[in-house]
Design a protein around this ligand. Structure first.
Ligand code: TXA
Ligand code: MG
Length: 323
């Protein structure tokens, strides 16, 4: 099993040897390796059982390190980087030749972010090389938000887990495609709310089109518990015909009468979508361990962090009931 600790030198030691190490970020835990070490990259894909056709996000310590990996850093990207890095924003750039094709799955672009976690920022400064890091879950499973969850999921495949406590955002970064002419497209909603991005650059963020860079969040099933998950519309009553299956209910803000108390949970009793995002994977993981026959989860209103939560719920769910 992996050693769990807060020792940056140990993490550096393993990374320099070409091993992969789980790292804390503000969003979810990542499974990190040196982008210039082909063996380490292969180990990331193997540990997750992730297809090699799905590219990885590169994590860097500062904007200069990001610039070194790209051929164009559009002005709009600079504005966003200055405002939101370190933070839960990933941007896609045309890659420079020095970025290995193995981490971009052969794409001519590279996804980059500066994570906002003191341990991982210190680690990035100490290694001096960028870290490729997908979320530290087995392919298509729930993303981990604590070191203990990483250990449960992948502890037998990696030597070290850098323990940075529970992730403060609890859901992955927002991914944007940024163009030289100032256009910005949302490839994956995430922990940075789109309205904050739009306010900052005074531009409407476009939705994904057929011409958008492929990959980001493309896989139809994703983020899924092993227990079948079904959804119901915000504020509506869940279909309760599944009670014979020992169903667990996950509501946005309010418990419902008529359901036993030990079968229902809420994501945010104050109705705060960001708090719901923070609790989402942690709750799904807990329920997945709970021996339930099925999980019924309520969608959030489609605003702010609700967009990111609903994106994950829809990808995690069985063909869903209701809206
Ligand atoms: O918050 C996060 O973004 C976390 C933490 C660890 O930083 N990382 C994360 O990585 O969510 P991952 O691999 O689980 O999801 C990254 C998504 C994938 O859907 C991948 O296909 C997409 O980003 N992606 C990576 N490089 C890309 C590229 N060059 N073009 C388009 N999509 C890309
Ligand atoms: Mg992931």
């Amino acid at each position: 099993m992996a050693t769990i600790g807060t020792d940056i030198e140990k993490a550096v030691y393993w990374l320099e040897k070409g091993e992969v190490v789980a790292i804390p970020t503000e969003t979810v835990y990542g499974l990190a390796g040196n982008i210039y070490n082909e063996g380490a990259i292969a180990k990331i894909y193997a540990a997750k059982a992730r297809p090699r056709t799905n590219p990885l996000i590169v994590h860097v310590a500062d904007i200069a390190a990001a610039e070194a990996l790209v051929t164009e850093f559009p002005p709009v990207a600079r504005e966003l980087a200055t405002a939101f890095w370190p933070g839960p924003l990933t941007m896609i750039f045309p890659k420079s030749e020095t970025v290995p094709d193995s981490i971009t799955a052969g794409e001519k672009t590279v996804a980059i972010r500066i994570p906002d976690h003191p341990l991982t920022l210190a680690l990035l400064k100490a290694t001096g090389f960028p870290l490729a890091a997908p979320s530290a879950n087995p392919y298509n499973y729930i993303s981990p938000v604590t070191a203990a969850q990483v250990n449960d999921m992948l502890g037998d495949k990696i030597p070290y887990i850098l323990d940075g406590g529970r992730c403060t955002k609890g859901i992955e970064s927002t991914i944007l495609a940024v163009q030289q002419d100032g256009q910005v497209q949302l490839l994956r909603p995430g922990a940075l709310n789109v309205n904050l991005i739009e306010e900052k650059i005074n531009t409407t963020v476009g939705q994904k089109t057929k011409e958008s860079p492929a990959h980001a969040g493309m896989s139809k099933v994703h983020y899924s518990p092993r227990t079948p998950l079904y959804l119901f519309g915000t504020g509506t009553d869940p279909v309760q015909e599944r009670t014979g299956e020992k169903t667990a209910y996950l509501f946005f803000k309010e418990k419902r009468s008529g359901i036993p108390d030990d079968r229902q949970w809420v994501l945010s009793s104050g109705g705060d979508p960001s708090e719901a995002a923070w609790n989402l994977y942690d709750s799904l993981y807990m329920l997945d361990q709970g021996g339930f026959g099925s999980i019924m989860a309520e969608l959030l209103p489609e605003t702010g962090a609700g967009l990111a939560v609903n994106d994950r719920l829809r990808k995690a769910a069985q063909p869903y009931i209701g809206k």
